[in-house]
Design a protein around this ligand. Structure first.
Ligand SMILES: NC(=O)c1ccc[n+]([C@@H]2O[C@H](COP(=O)([O-])OP(=O)(O)OC[C@H]3O[C@@H](n4cnc5c(N)ncnc54)[C@H](O)[C@@H]3O)[C@@H](O)[C@H]2O)c1
Ligand SMILES: O=C(O)C(=O)C[C@@H](O)[C@H](O)[C@H](O)COP(=O)(O)O
Ligand SMILES: [Zn+2]
Length: 345
């Protein structure tokens, strides 16, 4: 990976150095209304003269329409190709800001300053940028590394508990695919930990190790997608029905349960391991209510997954707690059955 990742309470102090050394022509900061209020005052102290670009928060706004607004503002601000966009926010801001920067005038620089747990442990690392298209998750996007990532756990102090839990799902995912001991040790204490920094470092190490080995997802990187074949389908489907929408990590938690069940069905995971995963995830996440007709629609959406080849759904499954295998063909019918299993938990 080419990006430098700074983690810790003094991470932002490294930002002025980068901005000075690279002599960017202009600096713009992308915020939503929440990061403007809670996070910008802290960031501002570390920035030279800059402009703000503000968008509305939330997954429902990770769209082409919002990109148009961002590109319009970039144009009005006369950003040239030696400008830098500082993405201050969660995964929505990071993914969308990264994408807008990567294609504006064929590419300006960007920096990630993640402010949610989810973005600090996952979204800010690895160079996947993009937006949703007609409700399909990250359907349009490019791989582009930021200049650097600055992860300050102090931002988490204002993050709502529901958002913390959502981010925690990606931490659990990292344990399930790569660290059995960490998974087995947790007894729901993670959410109330004082040591966010330790958990963030651990997750970032797992993710960046995988990304370094396979930055463009030719193979190994697909392990990071565990829980997402079903998870993205659930997230896309419920996003259309505003009041039922799940956060990304909540949907991934549903996806991890379903894909663990499919792993067991394929003889890759033991009954005991499945039951351990079940107990833990059900203790952290509230069950989503899914009717049979929801299940049928969700399963069809998995046909749009980016890991698929022709009409084969290639899923990442677990071959034990702490071990993942990618490119495992699964069927729509198995997704339906796994979602039925989920509803009965
Ligand atoms: N690129 C990747 O590798 C990758 C990885 C995982 C997830 N993602 C994407 O990330 C997105 C989810 O990111 P997210 O969970 O960060 O959601 P988000 O960006 O929507 O942020 C969640 C909410 O928290 C608010 N917020 C942000 N920081 C805050 C703070 N410090 N205090 C108070 N409020 C704050 C935001 O305004 C928003 O309302 C999804 O679109 C998902 O697809 C991308
Ligand atoms: O970085 C990756 O690779 C991941 O799969 C991490 C996921 O947590 C993340 O949600 C990612 O955006 C999903 O990628 P996609 O290619 O399935 O859209
Ligand atoms: Zn994810």
């Amino acid at each position: 990976m080419t990006e430098t990742i700074h983690i810790g309470r003094d991470a932002l102090q490294e930002l002025p150095e980068l901005l000075k050394n690279r002599a960017f022509s202009r600096v713009a900061v992308l915020v939503d209304e929440n990061t403007l209020h809670h996070c910008y005052p802290q960031l501002k102290r570390h920035l030279p003269e800059h402009d703000l670009i503000q968008v509305k928060s939330g997954e429902a706004n990770k769209t082409l329409q919002t990109c148009e607004h961002i590109w319009q503002r970039m144009t009005e601000l006369n950003l040239d190709r030696w400008s830098v966009l500082v993405n201050l926010g969660g995964g929505v801001i990071g993914d969308m800001g990264g994408f807008c920067a990567a294609v504006f005038k064929r590419g300006i620089f960007f920096v990630q300053v993640p402010t949610t747990l989810l973005a600090q442990v996952d979204a800010s690392v690895g160079g996947k940028t993009g937006i949703d298209f007609h409700g399909l998750k990250n359907h349009i996007g490019v791989y582009q590394e930021p200049q650097a990532v600055f992860i300050d756990p102090a931002f988490l102090q204002t993050l709502p508990q529901r958002e913390l839990k959502s981010g925690y799902a990606e931490i659990i995912k990292h344990w399930l695919i790569a660290d059995k001991d960490m998974f087995m040790e947790q007894r729901h204490i993670g959410l109330f930990t004082e040591d966010w920094e330790g958990l963030i470092r651990h997750s970032v190490n797992i993710k960046s190790g995988v990304v370094e080995a396979d930055p463009l997802e030719g193979g190994l990187r697909k392990v990071l997608n565990f829980g997402h074949t079903v998870g993205h389908a659930v997230e896309s489907y419920l996003l259309e029905q505003q009041e039922r929408a799940l956060l990304h990590g909540e949907a991934v938690a549903v996806g991890m349960l379903c894909e663990a069940w499919i792993s067991k069905k394929h003889g890759l995971l033991s009954e005991q391991e499945l039951s351990r995963i079940e107990t833990f995830l059900v203790s952290v996440y509230e069950k989503a209510t899914l009717a049979e007709q929801d299940i049928q629609h969700i399963a069809q959406l998995a046909l749009q997954d980016k890991k698929n080849t022709k009409s084969t759904i290639n899923c990442t499954l677990l071959s034990g707690i702490g071990k993942a295998v990618y490119d495992q063909p699964i069927t729509v019918q198995e997704i339906i059955e796994s979602l039925r299993y989920y509803t009965l938990l």
